[in-house]
Write a protein that binds this ligand. Sequence first.
Ligand SMILES: NC(=O)c1ccc[n+]([C@@H]2O[C@H](COP(=O)([O-])OP(=O)(O)OC[C@H]3O[C@@H](n4cnc5c(N)ncnc54)[C@H](O)[C@@H]3O)[C@@H](O)[C@H]2O)c1
Length: 120
Amino acid sequence: MYRVAVIGCGKGGEGVGAHSIGHAHGRHWSRCDYAKIVGACDLNAENLASYVKNFEVEFASDSAADMLARAKPDIVSICTYAGSHADLVEALREVRGQGRLLRKTDGAQRVGIGSDRDCL
Ligand SMILES: NC(=O)c1ccc[n+]([C@@H]2O[C@H](COP(=O)([O-])OP(=O)(O)OC[C@H]3O[C@@H](n4cnc5c(N)ncnc54)[C@H](O)[C@@H]3O)[C@@H](O)[C@H]2O)c1
């Protein structure tokens, strides 16, 4: 079973329009019988609390580094705004395993841990 963490939960629920890609990732991971969401991070306390309740997440924090250290994920969905991706990818360096499956290339290239071939 792969351990998944989501960074950038969003508000979720009714009336948020096209926002909250973190919830879309959450719904996806919840349907996968090979994965479990074990960690969540958001700077917004309300968004984080509702995500934790919705997806029954064990480890939660407003600090990505803190959450990653405790949740020890194999896979991380980074669902924040583009400008924060590089710093969050940097935080992944500390995670065990160092597996890389990134949806976007911007952060990976800046910190030199990936190339287009590592990214979806
Ligand atoms: N909504 C979509 O369908 C969709 C699809 C593809 C890509 N995106 C991209 O995903 C990004 C997020 O969009 P959204 O609609 O989910 O926004 P959103 O505002 O609904 O959610 C973003 C969440 O990230 C949190 N956040 C921001 N910086 C953070 C940080 N450094 N650490 C932890 N949490 C942080 C915010 O508090 C917020 O809860 C945007 O760049 C958007 O272009 C969105």
